[in-house]
Design a protein around this ligand. Structure first.
Ligand code: HEM
Length: 505
């Protein structure tokens, strides 16, 4: 099949084509930002994104949109075109240093979308060899997770959270469950000892809640991660931090921090939104009513439907053309961002009559940057939902689904809150909760890792051939040893302080 992507002839020199002013929209081939351009950042878009995608399809497979005030980008709404771009790294770079309008100052660094899009030395923002090196460290590390231990850990953490809000008979499942569960899971996966756990969980929740000073939270996160890395270099354990350190890619401390931050960033917000959007579907859709305790199949179906219809990352996978290119008749200028609408592509009307298999959605992206964590992410979401419905079978929405508010923002599909009610559960003291959580998680903590297997290409289609971390199994990682009394006490104290903090709100 001939590629729909055509590279334009090299840009002629200044005499043939007078250089336009920096960031000139006419030169970029994008419509100027302003009233005429569809916005992806207002409350209107958040309330009904499907209506915006439908209007955008009138422009063809790629449409000009405004991502944030003053940030015009090209949005890909076609499934096939999205795949073509995601699988063409030779034409489209992930490195935001190609972003012309940011480089020349047309878009200021304080624009709200810049932190999500700017270059950082991590797998997400790198190409070619460098990407391969960083990604192999991440995916070989993820590949060592013991899925059974992960499941048990998610269950225990879920129990802890449900016990916290259960006696009230009401909760905001976004804040009190879906947002907190991934934090507990990461804390465990990274092998954070109790003395650092408190800082890590507080820094992450402050960053993502946006309730506290994000600069302060960022600084606390960096400081905590540096301490964690130093500790694991000294005393490695069966955890992701130690495996990243031991990986043959030999990441520096700075590289380690950047990869851990991307793991946490990529894994926390989308994870909470998958859990929440799945719960909303299960609680509000007639098809699932009456059978909420109906088991894994039902939950799997609901999550799969969310990944098709309301993917947690709705518009993302930003790419920068390395040179002027024409895709399906649309001109894309060198260095102008191209954003993939995973949500619009998944709901491309063309697919309705040409469905490609039930799991061929793009919620995890495709090509070399496909999410390397889709299996654990899916597991975490389904166990979280399963556990909640099992513990609270009479759970119901506290307000009609149509009245729920969606958070504005171009990238995510995220509820602002998910208020529910249910029959109260028996109250447990912080002391009792902490003791149960400490005992249960100590038993699991030595077992999150397993001997690595050969990691194959993990992307649907054409992910890079992952190299085998065959030396990783030979690391001098000690066998997990039973916890001492003092360690158990420290772990118990940590859970107790978390219970007290989260009960306060
Ligand atoms: C429901 C949850 C999740 C969803 C919907 C999701 C989705 C995605 C998508 C769409 C990408 C591609 C981004 C891009 O190309 O710009 C991606 C990349 C990535 N995700 Fe996930 N993700 C989820 C959970 C996780 C978790 C739990 C982790 C970590 C444990 C994770 C780690 C990563 C990493 C490291 C990348 C970058 C890979 C690369 O650039 O090669 N994700 N994810």
């Amino acid at each position: 099949m001939t590629s729909p992507i055509r590279d334009s002839a090299p840009t002629p020199g200044p005499t043939a084509d007078p250089t336009p002013p920096p960031g000139c929209p006419a030169h970029s081939g994008q419509a100027p930002a302003g009233p005429g351009l569809e916005s992806l950042h207002g409350p209107e878009f958040a309330a009904d994104p499907a209506a915006t995608y439908a209007r955008l399809r009138e422009h063809g497979r790629i449409a000009p949109v405004e991502l944030a005030p003053g940030v015009p980008v090209s949005l890909v709404t076609s499934y096939q075109t999205a795949l073509d771009i995601l699988r063409a790294p030779e034409t489209f770079s992930k490195d935001a240093r190609h972003w012309q309008a940011l480089a020349d100052g047309t878009i200021p660094m304080d624009n709200p979308v810049v932190p999500m899009m700017m270059y950082r030395p991590n797998a997400l923002c790198s190409d070619g060899e460098e990407h391969h090196r960083l990604r192999s460290a991440i995916s070989d590390t993820l590949d060592r997770l013991d899925i059974h231990a992960l499941r048990r850990y998610v269950e225990r953490s879920a129990d802890f959270l449900i016990d916290l809000f259960g006696p009230r008979g009401e909760a905001d499942l976004l804040k009190e469950y879906s947002a907190r569960l991934p934090l507990l899971v990461f804390n465990q996966l990274f092998g954070c000892p109790p003395e650092l756990s408190d800082k890590l969980v507080r820094a992450l929740s402050a960053l993502f809640d946006v309730t506290e000073d994000s600069e302060q939270a960022n600084a606390l996160l960096a400081e905590t991660l540096f301490q964690l890395i130093a500790l694991k270099r000294e005393d490695p354990g069966p955890d992701m931090t130690s495996w990243l350190i031991a990986h043959p890619a030999e990441l520096t401390d700075e590289e380690l921090i950047h990869q851990i931050v991307v793991l946490v960033g990529a894994g926390t917000q989308p994870q909470q939104n998958l859990i929440c959007n799945g719960l909303l579907l299960l609680l509000s859709d007639e098809r699932f009513r009456g059978d909420l305790a109906g088991g894994t199949m039902l939950i799997g179906d609901a999550l799969n439907e969310v990944l098709w219809k309301d993917p947690p990352l709705a518009n993302f996978c930003v790419h920068y053309p390395r040179h002027d290119a024409t895709v399906d008749g649309h001109r894309l200028a060198k260095g102008d961002p191209v954003v993939i609408s995973l949500a619009a592509a998944n709901n491309d009307p063309y697919l309705l009559s040409n469905r490609r298999g039930n799991r061929a959605h793009l919620a995890w992206s495709a090509g070399p940057h496909t999410c390397p964590a889709k299996d654990p992410a899916q597991l975490i979401a389904s166990v979280a939902v399963e556990k909640l419905l099992d513990r609270l079978p009479d759970l119901e929405l506290a307000v009609p689904a149509e009245e729920l508010e969606w958070r504005p923002g171009p990238f995510h599909r995220a509820l602002a809150a998910l208020p529910v009610r249910f029959p109260r559960t028996a109250a447990k003291s912080d002391e009792a909760l902490a003791e149960m959580a400490a005992a249960a998680t100590a038993a699991i903590s030595g077992a999150v890792g397993r001997t690595p297997t050969v990691s194959g290409a993990d992307a649907p289609g054409d992910g890079p051939d992952e190299t085998v971390a065959d030396t990783a199994s030979a690391t001098t990682e000690p066998e997990p040893r039973p916890e001492s009394g003092a360690e158990h006490e420290a772990r118990r104290r940590w859970w107790k302080s978390l219970a007290q903090w989260w009960r306060r709100g």
